[in-house]
Design a protein around this ligand. Structure first.
Ligand code: GLY
Ligand code: MN
Ligand code: MN
Length: 438
């Protein structure tokens, strides 16, 4: 039997917290759709983060309904047990098993969704549901809402209004609890140690794929459940391609290697980037660009504290990196003009970071009612400035061409400033030079 990886009370408590804020409404959350099978060979399944957040249940074809204050309050629709399918695809809890093991009030077979769900939803004022993530669930919801409408007849009730469930749940996920922080810290530490192992392994002649193997090996040996996203292991000029993940070159003497990799642990993921010399020694030019990016990163992290807004961090990143581009002779002119014409995007085309948690680009709004929101204690995010100078960019000084650098750490907001959860991966030049190839 596939046991929940964490105490099911954690999930029941989260449901209670959401329910206490939603009197009069219902929340409906669908599991992640099953992956399309290719020649009968499945891809690994990962539960939808919101569904997992509220249930701890990892099977597809499931729907959760919460009706605050009503009986039953929490209902799950899940797959029936099926001896033959279980022989192929593995254990299913079935409705009885779900009632017994997941602390929900009632569980029904998913095939009976349209029998029970309309009755469950007919007395609420509004429904929170995320459209367009799961076609099959959308279709069931459409039919269910139509049944509710028909049941209401001429009672005087209006149509149920639908609000976005992911926006709602993002607010809960954005500020992390102690339990969530422990999972995230573990994901960060596994990821950071894997980066350290990858640095130690790297030397001229190893392949990017071998380095990727070292990262994955470390992840799984330390208890990660999967890779948080597609790993980027990009040597030399490949580092200037932001989403490079061919990872199929040999690492050459004299080149830098950029690794963006993070492990997932209990549905929380780390997201670390390190850039270091393949042969263990930065050239003068590499060191100059690297130290510039590192100084920017450290200044931004030092600025983090409750009350600031994320947009300020973006603007700081743009401003400081544009200073660096001017210093290095990559751009010329007045800084304000460069920024307003977005010329800095030629070498720094992405943002300074993003919320981090169950998803690598985690849930939660950056703006509320049109205004940037203030950062609060226990929000977590990445800080990841970078500079990417393509080898064929003839307008850049020759000595910097082919250098791509990003440095990414995972930060938690504290009452006084911030905690960096990824310090086990070296980033100072001297510390990196001590470990590469050892
Ligand atoms: N690894 C994805 C990102 O840094 O946003
Ligand atoms: Mn990131
Ligand atoms: Mn990253």
């Amino acid at each position: 039997m596939r046991k929940p990886t964490e105490d099911v009370k954690i999930f029941a408590d989260r449901r209670k917290r959401v329910a206490s804020d939603l009197q009069g409404s219902a929340l409906v959350v669908a599991a992640h759709p099953e992956h399309i099978r290719n020649h009968d060979v499945g891809f690994p399944y990962r539960q939808d983060s919101n569904f997992y957040y509220l249930t701890g249940f990892e099977e597809p074809e499931s729907i959760l309904v919460i009706r605050p204050g009503m009986t039953p309050e929490t209902v799950m629709f899940v797959r029936q047990r099926d001896k033959e399918r279980e022989t192929w695809d593995g254990f299913r809890y079935g409705p009885e098993g779900v009632e017994q093991h997941f602390k929900v009030d009632k569980a029904y077979p998913i095939d009976e969704f349209l029998v029970h769900a309309p009755k469950l939803l007919k007395e609420v004022d509004q429904v929170y549901y995320r459209m367009f993530k799961n076609e099959h669930a959308d279709e069931l919801m459409k039919q269910c809402l139509e049944k509710v409408r028909l049941m209401q007849g001429r009672t005087g009730y209006g149509l149920l209004s639908i609000h976005d469930a992911d926006t709602l749940l993002g607010e809960y996920r954005l500020v992390k609890s102690e339990i969530e922080l422990n999972n995230l810290r573990e994901a960060c530490e596994i990821s950071a140690q894997a980066h350290l192992a990858a640095m130690r392994f790297t030397r001229p002649g190893v392949t990017e794929r071998q380095v990727q193997g070292v990262l994955s090996h470390h992840f799984y040996m330390k208890g990660a459940s999967r890779e948080g996203y597609n790993h980027i292991v990009a040597s030399g000029n490949a580092a200037t391609t932001l989403h490079y993940n061919f990872n199929d070159q040999k690492c050459k003497d004299g080149d830098l290697l950029l690794i963006d990799a993070g492990a997932e642990y209990n549905y929380f993921t780390g997201d670390i980037t390190r850039t270091f010399p393949v042969n263990g020694k930065f050239t003068e030019e590499q060191a100059r660009v690297y130290q510039g990016v590192l100084d920017v990163q450290k200044q931004i992290i030092a600025y983090v504290k409750p009350g600031i807004v994320f947009k300020e961090l973006h603007e700081m990143g743009t401003s400081l990196l544009t200073d660096l581009m001017l210093e290095l002779g990559l751009l010329s002119g007045r800084k304000d003009d460069i920024i307003s014409a977005l010329q800095h995007k030629k070498y720094y085309p992405h943002g300074i970071g993003h919320w981090l948690g169950m998803d690598v680009h985690d849930a939660g709004l950056y703006f509320k009612k049109g205004n940037p929101r203030a950062i609060e204690v226990n929000m977590c995010f990445t800080v990841e400035p970078g500079l990417y100078i393509p080898a064929d960019d003839t307008s850049a000084p020759q000595k910097y061409r082919g250098i791509g650098i990003r440095i990414e750490d995972n930060i938690r907001v504290t009452s006084q400033g911030s905690e960096n959860m990824t310090t086990s991966a070296p980033k100072e030049i001297a510390d990196i030079e001590k470990v590469v190839g050892t």
